[in-house]
Design a protein around this ligand. Structure first.
Ligand SMILES: [Zn+2]
Length: 253
């Protein structure tokens, strides 16, 4: 039964990942998500037939090239499809299927779009971050009064800290990042938010150093959104384990 559900989740994950690819391409370019209804090659603009548009499989069959013009298809397409499917499965294994699973799956999808769009454009569209806030608020309604108060305070503190930082050190953190952090802290609560920021900073620093070395002399800006997104994904799947480790470390002191 578990294998059957896992395979279903994998297939649904690939299909949702395929739609996320449409969002990642279209949202920053201001193209409607609904029209045209069909997918098209970004180079030759030819319509892509359904049999060339099957998640993952078509990419492998076409060996990453457009059937009509031979232009390379971005490796991002299979990467997004597989990451969506795999993160849904990890979430299912860790959590089972309940309300939190569906809420997390929606937020995962939004975060994956943000990770790729922010990497490409250095912007986090409100169209993607505000729904994270809305879904987080819906999740809050299922919690106890104490937990709700905790999360509201956490979100307020996170907003205040990062907003002040952005005012004091100009250009250090964007408003898109602050909004994203605030909305995610509503969902995650104090301890997990702390871990998310820690993981994001760690990944961001490591990446910044590696990236900085590769492009010596050039002052390149590294977007923070993708790392916040990755930190949140990790905490949403492995929050329990991370808290357990945290308590172990504290307990041994
Ligand atoms: Zn083409």
């Amino acid at each position: 039964m578990k294998y059957l559900i896992t395979s279903y989740i994998f297939i649904i994950g690939l299909a949702i990942g395929s739609f996320l690819n449409v969002c990642i391409y279209r949202i920053p370019r201001g193209i409607s998500l609904y029209t045209p209804r069909y997918s098209f090659c970004p180079i030759c603009k030819k319509r892509i037939n359904w049999y060339d548009n099957i998640p993952l499989i078509s990419y492998l069959i076409l060996r990453g090239k457009c059937r009509s013009c031979g232009a390379p298809i971005s490796i991002r397409y299979p990467i997004v499809e597989v990451s969506t499917a795999v993160s849904f499965i990890l979430l299912y294994i860790e959590n089972g299927i309940d309300l939190y699973f569906f809420i997390s799956a929606i937020i995962f999808s939004l975060l994956l779009c943000i990770i790729f769009i922010d990497t490409e454009t250095m912007l986090i569209p409100d169209l993607l971050s505000i729904p994270i806030g809305i879904v987080s608020c819906i999740y809050l309604l299922t919690l106890s009064d104490m937990a709700i108060v905790n999360r509201l305070i956490t979100a307020a503190v996170i907003f205040a800290i990062f907003y002040s930082v952005s005012k004091i050190v100009k250009g250090s953190i964007g408003y898109g990042d602050i909004k994203l952090l605030t909305f995610l802290s509503l969902l995650l609560g104090t301890v997990n938010t702390f871990f998310m920021i820690f993981i994001a900073s760690l990944l961001g620093s490591v990446f910044g150093i590696v990236w900085g070395k590769r492009r010596e002399g050039l002052k390149t800006k590294v977007p923070f959104g993708p790392f916040i997104g990755m930190g949140a994904l990790i905490m949403m799947i492995y929050g329990r384990e991370m808290r357990f480790i945290y308590q172990l470390v504290l307990g041994n002191k």
